[in-house]
Design a protein around this ligand. Structure first.
Ligand SMILES: [Zn+2]
Length: 274
């Protein structure tokens, strides 16, 4: 039994890859100290499964407490329709949601840089920021190659509820700008890779008080848990202690001390009290 409590602030534990063993993995996660996890939205077609998964996990004994953060992901922008925003609004009013996510901008693919596609990303991002403001919720940000644009949109909206910049891939100055706007920086299993130099520099420059942990499962598998170079190994919430190990090593802190700080940060970012 690990001597700490961990919060997995970003999971896709609702996806079909977990349908056959979700209960077992939830027990395994709890057994290694994962007390809470967030289920994040990405596609409208998955909203019902996302909600069902939260209800399923929360009726299990010896499983992490599961929180809901519905939203429409910028990478899947072509699939989003305007009316989906109304469904999102109705979920936010009906269900017990902790945040809106994952939302933001993503110009990793060159198709997404095309003006009309990028404009649609910005419209959906803006509309979901407004929903978060309407419901007083933090937001969980997905940002790839668009840190300056995301910061601009947040400032335009005078957005003040904070949240988490998930799987952070920006530099030190960008990270500090998000912290200044009230955000925590989400650290994935990439921190277990000594070659992820930029990420190590960012976490070391910021210090533990601005960071939170996430698995981003089923992706971002920590290096130690990868069983093959050819095939992607499924990541699970039970791997979160490896992310803690990697971060503790990078920051030269004891795991227990770091975990306590990260737990407080997670509650703060998600406006939870205990
Ligand atoms: Zn995600």
């Amino acid at each position: 039994m690990n001597n700490y409590r961990l919060f997995d602030t970003h999971t896709h534990f609702d996806v079909p890859e977990f349908d056959h063993d979700r209960e077992l993995l939830a027990h395994q996660a709890k057994a290694v100290g994962v007390e809470c996890l967030v289920l994040i939205g990405f596609l409208h077609s998955r909203f019902q499964d996302l909600i069902r998964t939260q209800h399923f996990i929360n009726q299990l004994d010896q499983a992490p407490k599961s929180y809901l953060a519905p939203g429409l992901h910028p990478f899947y922008i072509e699939q989003h329709k305007k009316e989906y925003l109304q469904d999102l609004e109705s979920i936010l009013s009906r269900e017990d949601c902790v945040a809106v996510g994952e939302i933001g901008l993503d110009t990793f693919l060159k198709e997404h840089k095309q003006p009309e596609i990028f404009k649609k990303q910005k419209e959906f991002f803006a509309a979901q920021i407004e929903l978060a403001q309407q419901f007083d919720k933090p937001i969980l940000l997905h940002i790839r190659k668009s840190h300056a644009d995301v910061l601009t949109v947040l400032k335009q909206h005078k957005y003040q509820y904070g949240g988490i910049a998930h799987a952070f891939s920006g530099g030190i100055e960008e990270a500090k700008a998000f912290v200044k706007l009230g955000f925590k920086i989400g650290v994935t299993g990439q921190i277990t890779n000594p070659n992820a130099k930029k990420l190590h520099q960012v976490v070391q420059a910021l210090g533990s008080e601005h960071l939170v942990l996430e698995t981003d499962c089923p992706d971002m598998t920590p290096l130690c848990c990868q069983s093959s170079h050819e095939h992607r190994t499924r990541n699970t919430p039970a791997n979160l202690p490896y992310v803690l190990d990697g971060l503790a090593e990078s920051l030269q802190l004891s795991k227990e001390k770091l975990a306590l700080q990260l737990w407080k940060n997670s509650l703060q970012a998600l406006h939870l009290s205990s």
